[in-house]
Ligand binder design. Structure first.
Ligand SMILES: O=C(O)CCC(=O)C(=O)O
Length: 285
């Protein structure tokens, strides 16, 4: 894959409040593998997430990691599945417009919460880059309707924004999972041995700058990466990962966040850990 700096197109963006966002945004997500919903959250919702961040960073998140890469001034903090113990994250996930913005994009009779992920790249965490990867290659899941809804909490200019390989989701090919601490090492829960594709001339790398409250949504098969944060201010996001009606559990080894010992291979992924958040009266109605 190319480095994290090459960029040549803009992620298709829609006003989250506009009536046509569902259809056009869904088309863009299906075509490119990623879409941006502008102004998805009012500042009042973002301040609830900030309350959650304070709680998560001061002990409420059971799965918090804080790293400082060699030579960096700033830390990189990330936390998975904190919604279970961080009440403001619960409020944001269950009471904000989030679920109703995401559900129409999935073309699914159901919407299930998979997990949340908080990432904070402090000022000058230059080395905290996110290598090219595909979220799905870390999950013990079969199916295609898996999305990440990633909400910007700060102004994120192009230089520190996520990059996506346009259309890389479309064949649902599963590539080798990358070890984030050492991209050259084998990942311990590998599901596929297929190396990540090389980027060819004519491939499009998509990016866009974001304002606080803008939300990116991408499929779990879409290849993406992000640079470290070379800015002199924080670059933070709160993302929530969702499952649709074609997703089943396959029981393969994975991080605890993605595992529910109560589920068996072939089960629909739903339960206390992965709650059903929306369900239509009749399938696809
Ligand atoms: O924001 C980032 O740096 C990486 C986010 C990401 O790749 C993910 O959540 O899958």
């Amino acid at each position: 894959m190319a480095g994290t700096d090459a960029v040549d197109g803009s992620i298709q963006s829609f006003d989250a409040g506009s009536a046509s966002a569902d259809g056009d945004a869904r088309q863009a997500l299906d075509d490119d593998g990623v879409v941006c919903l502008r102004g998805a959250f009012e500042p009042s919702w973002l301040s609830i997430v900030e309350d959650g961040i304070v709680a998560a960073l001061t002990g409420a998140s059971v799965d918090l990691e804080v790293v400082k890469r060699e030579g960096d001034k700033g830390q990189f903090s990330f936390s998975s599945g904190a919604w279970q113990t961080v009440e403001p994250f619960q409020r944001f996930i269950f009471d904000s417009p989030l679920a109703d913005l995401v559900w129409p994009l999935l073309d699914s009779s159901t919407l299930t919460l998979f997990y949340d992920f908080l990432l904070i790249k402090e000022a000058h965490s230059d080395g905290a880059l996110t290598p090219w990867h595909q979220d799905h290659s870390y999950y013990p899941l079969d199916g295609t309707k898996v999305v990440n809804s990633w909400v910007a909490l700060d102004h994120i200019p192009l230089e520190s924004a996520l990059r996506f390989l346009a259309g890389s989701h479309s064949s649902f090919t599963l590539y080798r999972a990358v070890d984030f601490n050492d991209p050259s090492a084998a990942y311990r829960h590998a599901r596929s041995e297929l190396p990540l594709p090389t980027i060819n001339q004519g491939d499009r790398i998509l990016v866009t700058s974001l304002q606080p409250g803008d939300m990116l949504v991408w499929w779990s098969h879409t290849l993406h990466c992000a640079p470290g944060n070379r800015l002199d201010r924080r670059r933070a996001a709160f993302s929530v990962n969702w499952l649709g009606d074609d997703v089943t559990y396959n029981g393969q080894p994975a991080l605890d966040t993605y595992i529910d010992p109560l589920l068996s291979s072939g089960d629909h992924v739903v339960g206390d850990k992965f709650p059903l958040v929306r369900q239509s009266a009749a399938p696809n109605s």
